[in-house]
Ligand binder design. Sequence first.
Ligand SMILES: C[S@@+](CC[C@H](N)C(=O)[O-])C[C@H]1O[C@@H](n2cnc3c(N)ncnc32)[C@H](O)[C@@H]1O
Length: 241
Amino acid sequence: MATVEDHYEKVLSEVYSWMFGGFESGLQRNVDFIERHNLFPVHSRLAIDLGAGCGFQSIPLASKGFSVTAIDLDASLLDELKANSGDLSIRCIRDDLINFDAYVAGDVELVVCMTDTLLHLDSKETVDLLFSKAFSALQERGKLVITFRDLSFELTDTDRFLPVKSDENIIFTCFLEYEPETVKVNDIIYKRSDNGWDLFKSFYRKLRLSDKWVVDHLSLAGFNTIDANTENGVTTVIATK
Ligand SMILES: C[S@@+](CC[C@H](N)C(=O)[O-])C[C@H]1O[C@@H](n2cnc3c(N)ncnc32)[C@H](O)[C@@H]1O
């Protein structure tokens, strides 16, 4: 069965920055997000970026003065992060993000898990485990920031075909198949070559977590204040210890 790790290696990591309009554009969105949500270091300055990818959150957080531990399974995305982070304080770890607590060397001020990374976990039980590990790792008033799409509502028929992005060289379409607890995400990418168009295809699964489920389970993990806001289909949750 295809794993998330295989899927990124096979198709997704190569086009990841491109999907966001290029590296600089993806970075700028997160610079804006971090400003908008006042994510500045005040206490231990330690931050953990879970599923850091190419560094869209790690780089702006380190630029604001956080000392960031960036964890991801994908070697190419971590290489891209390293190539773009200069002498910023970012330590890259290639491992499953659920093991993040093995790399924590003190009280953490901020944990981020953004852009659907939470939905890449294999089960709701693993999400619960992550919430309780994040709660334990955080200092008092420390924050866990999560962004994700609520996939609990089903698209039907041809609405399940989503045009992700295209330009003169790449056409990226996604097809969703709904399962009781997960969505099977089929990524279909055509790339222009000397012989015409080459097809690359692969799938992975994302968890179907409703906003309410996430908020309720953060509360069960012990978080005091939980702010949730949905804009353009993307939910941002900021949970404070
Ligand atoms: C949608 S990307 C988000 C990347 C980055 N946070 C961003 O906003 O651009 C999800 C990332 O999580 C990573 N990932 C997924 N499951 C993981 C796991 N169990 N452990 C570590 N990394 C994981 C993927 O390799 C990928 O880089």
